[in-house]
Design a protein around this ligand. Structure first.
Ligand code: ABN
Ligand code: CU
Length: 699
């Protein structure tokens, strides 16, 4: 068997080797929170990538984070799997490693059997014998100053299901038990001053059984299918993907889910590096109700729980439609076993509308070319919410990170007629969904054209500074792009500016475009960029420093991956970990060097009844666009559906290029209405449709 690609995730055998080495040295009392590839150091990996045949293969190294019980001591180490030895082993204090689903699931049993919790359930209106109908979503506590960071804590958000098929989020309970993992016990219960008994409102459920009782499903949707009769146009070789001119490696880890390494684009036969590494590295979901204990409700879904750990097994024809390739993910279990998430990533193509088109109004000469896109998707479930993360590669060199939020609102019980004080919305009788934000952090390490020396600029669209009537701007219409190079991490703390439609350019200043005279660049276009609403000095502001600005830029360093810190549960934000530590004084030069761009984007969610009981997916779209990168439009060699030149029109169409899709069919409207009667939606009066060939011919 060929050795793994150095960016490949650890295999089951490698996880087993790392676990065995740790257990041999540290005993069977350890439980495993992380056993994951430590990607090769960039310097070593860059050498290997340049000459894989002749350069020694980088060692396979596992990052390992364990808790040694019964003391609950946390260790963070490295295991060199190739050499078969532990190479680093550090005892941590006041830090809690990522929380595991196994830990969360256990807490539900604990709360059901805890006498004080039972007492509160009964007070809320749950029958004592119905504790099996009580559920909880245990969240890591976030940070609670009463308990600090030394003991491992969870806050149990409590719910009730009258029937096992009822969604629990419509029956929240009003109190919140605190679970101590070291003691394996409930150590406190937060009880609000105003009590809110269990809602007795009839359920509104979303599963098919509930819908069938409500009258069933609509019957006016005809099938729509993606058909690729000649197979797909992408190649999957292990974790290396090639599609059209794209080449990249997709890794996967417990925390980020998919990781894109060594992203290149073949331009006229030459492979041009674009990004060394690109991934989602963190997200924070702060809730906006300041009343205790809701102030504590904010989740770091990647750093505290792990997008990889929470990944769904995607299924054919549902999560991904068409001709699909899948990648499995191999994760450790707490006991040191191996768990495979089948189909954790799906890869497929879709039609993407028109890539380009032009018709000359004089003579109907025309070209129309359809676009195709490649989607690499991962979906994870973070308790109530689903995040469908799509990385969409376009033929023109654009990469589109696209996240669809769906799933269920996090809810709290409310009394009839209760004032939400604006901190939430009654989305259903008795159900208060608090305001919150979903803020993601994208990390990009560019290496445009192989240069590990890049800079970042902000681009602002601005009017001329010269006043109307001045010689430079006499008519007042002048405007231009103001490009400002970000010289230091302090200067690079930049925010989206609606008034200038600000974008950010990652640039290789040593490669100048021959026509535009501008350096090759990739532009970040992102407009869903709410500012962090928790105030400066608030707990979230301190813990999620990456979310204070739309963009940060730091100098590259191996291991600076996670902007809220390597171990996120129960950090106090004092000091603020991750990006603030790395920025330090913020005065080092970030010009023409190996840089990392951190981008925070997302949305502020004011829940509404339409989000209930399950949210229709809401998309967030960003674009990474080549600018001054290609000599001209890089997709002119994509075969058009239809092309006819002026001379062919004059010569009555000899040699017309016609590759129109023979699967597409004409739908003729049964109803004849005045004016628009030709069935294809065009009115056929200006001569541009119906005369220039089969592509645009009317019926
Ligand atoms: N959204 C916080 C969360 C994620 C996973 C499990 C529990 C809670
Ligand atoms: Cu939301």
């Amino acid at each position: 068997m060929s050795p793994p690609h150095p960016f490949d995730p650890l295999s089951s055998a490698e996880i087993a080797t790392a676990v065995a080495l740790v257990k041999k040295t540290h005993g069977d009392g350890v439980v495993f929170h992380v056993v994951s590839l430590q990607e090769p150091r960039k310097a070593v990996m860059t050498e290997w990538l340049a000459a894989p045949e002749t350069t020694p293969r980088p060692a396979r190294v596992a990052e390992v984070v364990v808790i040694e019980n019964p003391a609950g001591t946390v260790y963070d180490g490295l295991v060199d799997i190739t050499a078969g030895k532990i190479t680093a082993w550090e005892k941590l204090s006041g830090m809690q490693p990522i929380i595991l689903m196994e830990e969360l699931q256990h807490v539900e049993n604990v709360v059901r059997n805890d006498p004080k919790v039972i007492e509160q359930c009964v007070l809320s209106g749950v029958a004592r014998e119905d504790m099996h109908k009580v559920y909880c979503d245990p969240w890591t506590i976030g940070y609670d100053e009463r308990f600090g960071s030394d003991v491992r804590l969870q806050q149990a958000l409590m719910y009730y299901r009258p029937d096992v098929d009822n969604t629990q989020y419509q029956y929240p309970l009003d109190f919140c038990p605190i679970y101590d993992g070291n003691k394996d016990a409930i150590i406190a219960i937060d009880i609000p001053q105003v009590r809110r008994p269990l809602s007795k409102v009839a359920p509104l459920d979303y599963h098919h059984l509930a819908q069938e009782k409500r009258g069933g499903y609509r019957d006016d949707i005809k099938p729509i299918n993606i058909s690729q009769p000649d197979g797909v146009s992408f190649g999957v070789d292990g974790n290396e993907i090639s599609w059209q001119n794209w080449r990249f490696h997709v890794g996967f880890n417990y925390r980020e889910g998919p990781v894109f390494n060594n992203v290149r684009f073949v331009d006229n036969g030459v492979e041009r590096p674009i990004f060394y590494r690109m991934s989602l590295v963190e997200m924070v979901v702060p809730y906006g109700n300041p009343e205790r204990p809701h102030q504590r409700k904010h989740a770091f879904d990647l750093g505290e729980y792990g997008a990889g750990y929470m990944s769904n097994s995607l299924s054919l024809g549902c999560d991904c439609k068409g001709s699909i390739s899948y990648l499995d993910a191999t994760m450790p279990t707490r006991a040191g076993g191996v768990r495979t998430i089948k189909n954790a990533v799906c890869i497929h193509e879709e039609d993407d509308g028109i890539l380009f088109k032009h018709t000359d109004f004089r003579d109907d000469s025309t070209i129309v070319t359809r676009a195709r896109k490649l989607i690499v998707q991962n979906i994870f479930t973070a308790a109530n919410y689903e995040y469908a993360v799509q990385w969409i590669f376009h033929q023109d060199g654009t990469i589109e990170p696209n996240i669809r939020l769906t799933g269920i609102l996090n809810t709290y019980v409310m009394n009839p007629g209760e004032d939400t004080h604006g901190w939430g919305t009654q989305v259903y009788p008795g159900v208060n969904a608090h305001n919150h934000q979903h803020l993601f952090c994208l990390r990009i390490n560019p290496n445009l054209d192989g240069g590990h020396k890049n800079s970042v600029f902000v681009s602002d669209a601005v009017p001329s500074e010269a006043p109307v009537g001045s010689p430079e701007n006499f008519y007042g219409n002048g405007f231009y792009t103001k490009r400002t190079r970000l010289e230091t991490p302090n200067e690079a703390k930049t925010n989206f500016d609606w008034s200038t439609m600000r974008t950010w350019d990652m640039v290789n200043e040593s490669k100048i475009h021959p026509y535009s005279g501008k350096p090759v660049s990739y532009k970040l276009v992102s407009r869903e960029v709410p500012m962090l609403l928790p105030k400066p000095q608030s707990l979230v502001w301190k813990r999620a420093a990456f979310a204070r600005h739309t963009v940060h830029v730091t100098k590259y360093a191996d291991d600076q991956l996670y902007p809220a810190g390597r171990h996120v549960p129960q950090t106090s934000g004092e000091p603020s970990l991750g990006i603030t530590e790395w920025i330090g004084e913020g005065t080092d030069s970030i010009v023409d060097t190996d840089v990392v761009l951190w981008h925070t984007f997302g949305l502020t969610h004011f829940p509404a009844p339409e989000d209930y009981p399950i949210m229709p997916a809401e998309p967030i779209v960003l674009l990474l666009r080549p600018r001054h990168f290609f000599s001209s439009n890089p997709v002119m060699d994509v075969p058009p559906s239809y092309s006819v030149t002026p001379s062919q029109i004059l010569a009555k169409k000899e040699g017309v290029y016609d590759a129109t899709d023979k699967m597409s069919t004409l739908v003729v409207s049964e109803k004849k209405t005045n004016g628009a009667t030709n069935g294809n939606g065009t009115n056929g009066t200006n001569g541009t449709n119906g005369t220039n060939g089969s592509c645009c011919k009317s019926a």
